[in-house]
Design a protein around this ligand. Structure first.
Ligand code: ZN
Length: 255
């Protein structure tokens, strides 16, 4: 079993809905992720979400999550609740349909990277890369192929998230590679047994049994009872096999 390392908290701060920004419609499915930046240097995640809430009935544009150097705030449910639609890529473009067979607003998560001004770009980027990796894990996406950028989908009108990436000296390809790396680093094996319990069973039962069969085997050899010795050897080695199964189940190296 695997789980994903929850390095950072994700704070739900949902926009009031139904409203223009949060239509309160379920996302059809999550087929891919779209990377955005706010295009507004210095504006924080909290400031963006407050602005969205104040202007929730003014326009239809939105995103699921905003990430800065201190916070990851989800304003439309995606990672912290049943996924809903956010309007983050204009329906007119056909690039999303060609590439993923669906409109981004119906089948993608949209995450905004905050950058510039007083924001520590490196810290914001670390969190952003993690959010993308976690989104891929959460929805069974391949981070190498299922992340696109707003500028890729809508090149005539958009440049994001290139504005933020440029400040970090990163290309979009670098960014995807960073997410792929983060994704594999955050995958954790989940063990079904605690190491101390496994070691307790080994020490109390399996190890004495091993020595017991070992002694019986040696005695049988001495007595010339070779069939018996062979059987004891099998029993002895089986204790070692069982001990290693317990070690594996508790995430310890085999011996
Ligand atoms: Zn965008």
């Amino acid at each position: 079993m695997t789980s994903f390392k929850m390095k950072y908290p994700i704070t739900p701060r949902y926009l009031t809905g139904p409203s223009k920004r949060r239509p309160s419609l379920p996302l059809d499915c999550c087929r891919f992720m779209v990377a955005h930046d706010t295009g507004n240097p210095g504006s924080t995640a909290a400031a963006n979400v407050s602005y969205y809430e104040r202007s929730r009935n003014d326009m239809s544009s939105s995103a699921h999550v905003f990430v800065d150097d201190k916070e990851i705030i989800e304003c439309i449910p995606f990672l912290t609740g049943p996924a809903e639609k956010a309007y983050h890529v204009i329906y007119d473009v056909k690039t999303d349909n060609a590439r993923y067979g669906a409109d981004a607003n119906d089948a993608a998560g949209g995450a905004e990277l905050c950058y510039g001004g007083k924001i520590d770009n490196q810290e914001a980027y670390k969190r952003y890369v993690w959010v993308m990796a976690y989104s891929c894990y959460r929805y069974g996406l391949n981070p190498a192929t299922d992340i696109t950028g707003h500028y890729i989908l809508d090149p005539a009108r958009r440049t994001d998230p290139q504005n933020a990436l440029r400040l970090l000296g990163k290309t979009f390809t670098d960014f995807v590679a960073d997410v792929v790396k983060e994704y594999s680093e955050c995958l954790e094996e989940e063990y079904t047994m605690r190491p101390e319990d496994a070691n307790d069973i080994i020490k109390t039962f399996l190890s004495p049994a091993w020595f017991n069969f070992d002694a019986q085997m040696k005695q049988a050899l001495k007595d010339g009872r070779y069939d018996n010795a062979k059987q004891c050897l099998q029993y002895r080695d089986h204790q070692k096999f069982l001990a290693n199964e317990l070690r594996k189940a508790s995430g310890q190296p085999v011996e």
